[in-house]
Design a protein around this ligand. Structure first.
Ligand SMILES: [Zn+2]
Ligand SMILES: [Zn+2]
Length: 410
């Protein structure tokens, strides 16, 4: 597994008072230490940053696009699923002679958001992030992968400054030549679409107007006043259906969030628990009721290493945990949601591949198989708090506290 490198930093002016605020690339909340404004960062697609060009640089800048990717990658291979942690940047365009990666530079420099009023030209993005990963992991060709999935903690675009002189493209930071420049082969846009502007929305509950709660990197904000949960959908807050499973014990309990997805599969019967038992050959006594109980796919709604992500997704999907549900956060300690629901949906085929018995028949079908979520719900599960681990109250599975970003605070 790659070393977990430091997060990249973004320098931004507080939209309220103009003070310079340093954000972490995972931050979704701008909390200004000067004027105390709290704003939520939103974008219709990806956050776009640039590495600032050196000052007093008179040349016309040309910005090269890189995907910033951080998350879990899974390859389905004949002998099983190989999980891998990815923390990298990779060229997002087909330019010959351009550096394939940004290297370590963004860690030593402060990035800035791209805005439509910036000068310079921006090379067009030709490669989509999820399509890039297979090429990047140029592994042993003998190890054929039937299917790959990427569960992104971070998918953003970073632009690096360059300029052209004497038909040569130069790196604007190092002032080093990169490649011969053929203007004709490159598409670069002078005009930047208005949706490139990062937007800030107030962290007020759209329903009741109270302050929404959340750590700075949360993807779901919660309202403790009207018991609602909100995530960013496009550039607005949209309500997230959620439920909190009540703990049976009076002992110290923390609730961890999971995404529960109702599968919609084409060419595969996955509607009921009975279907799931059959597909995965689960050691369960068949009960006629199982044909009418829906089957759900599960995934953690928090960041965790790829091997644990796979284990928890599989175990919960096999177990189909249930419990007494209530729709209130009152008096409960809930761990923050740091993995988006659309990323969880990307994990469904991997969970299926992990469980299914008839691998020889199903693996070759995975790439073209249509498997989506008809319905997604955020479900908080009670975990007993041990000295070093958390224990799922009904499944009795343990999760090392060190495996969680906020593990130390639980
Ligand atoms: Zn401020
Ligand atoms: Zn509210």
């Amino acid at each position: 597994m790659a070393a977990n490198l430091a997060n990249w930093k973004i320098d931004h002016q507080c939209p309220q008072c103009g003070a310079s605020v340093l954000l972490d690339e995972t931050d979704r909340l701008l909390a200004c230490p000067f004027c105390r404004t709290r704003l939520y960062l939103v974008t219709p697609d990806h956050f776009r940053y640039h590495i600032p060009a050196p000052e007093r640089q008179e040349k016309d800048m040309l910005y090269l696009p890189y995907w910033r990717l951080k998350g879990s990658s899974f390859a389905v291979q004949a002998n099983g699923i190989s999980p891998r942690f990815i923390d990298t940047s990779i060229l997002a365009t087909n330019g010959a002679g351009l550096p394939r990666s940004l290297g370590l530079r963004p860690q030593t420099m402060k990035l800035k958001f791209v805005s439509p009023d910036m000068g310079g030209r921006f090379l067009e993005v030709h490669l989509q992030p999820r399509a890039i990963i297979p090429a990047m992991e140029a592994s042993d060709p003998a190890e054929h992968s039937f299917y790959r999935a990427f569960i992104g903690e971070m998918i953003s675009l970073v632009y690096a400054p360059a300029y052209v002189e004497n038909r040569t493209l130069y790196d604007a930071l190092l002032k080093r030549p990169l490649s011969a420049w053929q203007e004709e082969t490159i598409t670069a846009a002078e005009a930047k679409p208005p949706n490139w502007q990062v937007r800030f929305i107030p962290t007020l509950c759209p329903r009741c107007g109270w302050d929404l709660q959340g750590e700075k990197d949360v993807l779901v904000l919660t309202c403790k006043n009207c018991d609602s949960a909100w995530h960013c959908s496009g550039t607005a807050l949209a309500e997230v259906p959620f439920t909190v499973l009540a703990a049976a014990t009076k002992e110290a309990v923390v609730h961890l969030p999971f995404w529960r997805m109702k599968p919609h599969a084409e060419g595969l019967s996955l509607d009921s628990y009975a279907d799931l038992i059959r597909l995965a050959n689960l050691p369960r006594v068949t009960n006629p009721d199982f044909a009418s109980i829906p089957a759900y796919f599960w995934s953690p709604a928090f960041k965790v290493n790829p091997a644990l992500f796979l284990r928890w997704s599989r175990q919960m999907t096999v177990f189909q945990p249930q419990g007494k549900a209530c729709e209130t956060f009152a008096g409960r300690s809930c761990y923050p949601v740091t993995l988006a629901s659309q990323e969880a949906v990307e994990s469904m085929k991997i969970t299926l591949a992990e469980m299914i018995v008839d691998k020889r028949r199903i693996y070759p079908l995975l790439t073209d198989m249509r498997l989506s979520a008809d319905e997604i719900m955020l479900v908080y599960h009670p975990f007993l708090v041990g000295p070093r681990e958390l224990i799922h109250e009904t499944m009795h599975l343990t999760l090392d506290r060190m495996a969680l970003n906020y593990g130390a605070y639980l």
